[in-house]
Design a protein around this ligand. Structure first.
Ligand SMILES: C[C@](O)(C(=O)O)[C@H](CC(=O)O)C(=O)O
Length: 524
């Protein structure tokens, strides 16, 4: 292997130039809001010798950044939906300016063994789908360009000209493993051409929405580390890729560890001396009892409370006032510090044990509230570009409280919001009129990117069901009437249906013609 032929002085000069370029990028209007826990020197030293600092992901990210800022300025919003299918993406491009690749959808349709959205598929599943979609977008852009440019300038006025290169936003879930898995995933996303990815604070292997138990979050410090790992990977690549800091703390019921005192206010403990939950459930299982009922019975016997609530239960009003006033003098108090204040301000002993309720997997009980979500969102905001507080159910007051509080600290913040498929707006107190203008009302709070992530599960399945029924009952007669005729009627130049344009027939011909040396473009 030959040695690298560079003098020590040149190597140093190159390194200093790299550092200066990184610092310049970090102070640009696109990146100036970001705060890293590392220096440009560290990043410059982590790079390879080959310049990889201009990936397609960067131009797509800047396009998205500009689009979202335009919406923020105008009080409007981008509306998109989730898909994994490149053919669907071509039609979205006419109406939406971004595309969403949902992890839930990938878990159903893009894996060898499908399953519920538990993020248990390989970490490169979603990046691969982004790559597929991005290549397809580029191909549609290429074949449209070629089709247009084979027409005279005058004729082009009547041809469609879609922006197929809609920035792709993708689901990075919780990063799928250790920090290095998260970095690898971020790298694959950038290489795939993604414009923005979101990462959340859920615990790996514990993402559960459906079985009557809430979700599990990781400590704030672990959430921050995850996002810092992604930011570092983007920086190593010199990428402008956007990071959407999603927070899944809303309605989470567990936390994996109490290592970070910022979380202590929300951890629940037993306030009665009962047997550990784990033992109670093991006994119930051995006796063939209903585990859910046993769990609920145990919870009512253990009387789960946060430490502050436990103090309130035993203190007089004036004792509690003295306790909470002192607690609030510092923003994040550890349990030890809280216990110490209670010992001084409250006469009665406070029984509180957060180990008794721990699950067999070691989780602690966690009491979610809007304040906890706000604190987490603020803790990670400097590492990211857009913020999303994911909600299990739409709650207008919570939405307003969250966005108002974060905007107080970051007035220019961009926000995202996902409408989960089974949101029951009526049950959540929304009138039909409110739902009609909800996207606009949210836009006014800076929620500039709004997504229906799993449209495929509701919309596409319904459309497919309808068509399958029609085809089975009316065959080609039904097809001609309901599909072919209206599709062809979208001429002139309905995207995809005229002159084999969508299918790339002309592009294919032009490859053959070009190789054969024929002049195919009538230049004006
Ligand atoms: C956005 C999401 O992460 C997804 O995978 O599409 C899901 C969607 C959903 O559950 O409806 C989520 O919000 O967690």
């Amino acid at each position: 292997m030959p040695k690298i032929n560079i003098s020590l002085e040149d190597e140093q000069r190159q390194f200093e130039a790299d550092v200066a370029a990184i610092e310049k990028q970090w102070s640009s209007p696109r990146q100036a809001h970001l705060k890293r826990p590392y220096t440009a020197q560290t990043i410059a030293a982590l790079r390879t010798s080959i310049d990889t600092t201009n990936p397609a992901s960067s131009s797509q990210a800047v396009k998205l950044w500009n689009l979202l800022h335009e919406h923020r300025k105008n009080g409007t919003t981008e509306l998109t939906f989730g898909t994994t299918d490149p053919t669907v993406v071509t039609q979205m491009a006419k109406h939406s300016q971004t595309v969403y690749v949902s992890g839930a959808l990938c878990g159903f349709s893009e894996v060898s063994v499908p399953g519920m959205d538990a993020c248990d598929y390989p970490w490169d599943t979603v990046p691969k789908v982004v790559s597929k979609i991005s290549k397809s977008q580029q191909w549609h852009d290429q074949r449209q360009r070629q089709f247009r440019l084979r027409h005279s300038q005058k004729d082009r006025a009547n041809l469609e000209n879609w922006d197929y290169l809609a920035p792709i936003v993708a689901d990075g879930d919780m990063g799928f493993g250790s920090l290095t898995s998260t970095m690898k995933m971020a790298k694959e996303f950038v290489d795939a051409g993604v414009a923005m990815i979101h990462l959340d604070d859920l615990a790996i292997g514990m993402k559960k929405f459906t079985i009557g138990q809430g979700r599990t979050v990781v400590p704030t410090s672990e959430y921050i580390d995850r996002l810092a790992a992604v930011r570092m990977q983007f920086d190593i690549m010199g990428a402008e890729t956007l990071l959407l800091t999603r927070c899944d703390t809303d309605h989470s019921e567990f936390i994996t560890s109490v290592i970070d005192e910022r979380d202590h206010e929300y951890v629940q403990g037993a306030t009665k001396s009962v047997e550990p939950l784990k033992e109670c459930l093991a006994k119930a299982q051995a006796n063939g009892e209903d585990l859910k009922a046993a769990r609920n019975d145990w919870k009512s016997r253990a009387v789960l409370r946060t430490f502050d609530e436990a103090v309130k239960d035993v203190a007089t009003d004036s004792e509690y006032d003295a306790y909470i006033t002192e607690v609030r003098q510092t923003q994040f108090r550890s349990l030890t510090s809280r216990r110490e204040i209670a010992a001084r301000t409250v006469k009665q002993a406070v029984f509180f044990d957060w180990d008794i309720p721990r699950s067999a997997m070691g989780q602690y009980f966690f009491k979610s509230c809007v304040k906890a979500i706000i604190e987490r969102a603020l803790a990670v905001a400097p590492l990211g570009d857009v913020t999303w507080a994911r909600m299990d159910a739409p709650n207008w007051d919570d939405i307003v409280e969250f966005h108002t509080a974060v905007r107080k600290v970051h007035p220019d913040r961009l926000f995202a919001f996902g409408y989960t498929g089974d949101y029951d707006f009526g049950k959540a107190g929304f009138s039909p009129e409110q739902v009609k203008t909800l996207h606009l009302d949210m836009a006014k709070m800076g929620i500039v990117w709004q997504v229906q992530p799993i449209w495929s599960l509701q919309g596409l399945l319904m459309a497919t069901d309808d068509f399958a029924k029609l085809w089975a009952s009316e065959a080609i007669g039904g097809y001609v009437r309901e599909v072919q005729t209206p599709a062809l009627a979208r001429s002139p130049m309905a995207d995809g249906f005229e002159k084999l344009s969508w299918c790339g027939g002309y592009l294919l011909d032009s490859f053959y013609e070009t190789v054969a040396g024929e002049k195919i473009v009538e230049k004006q």
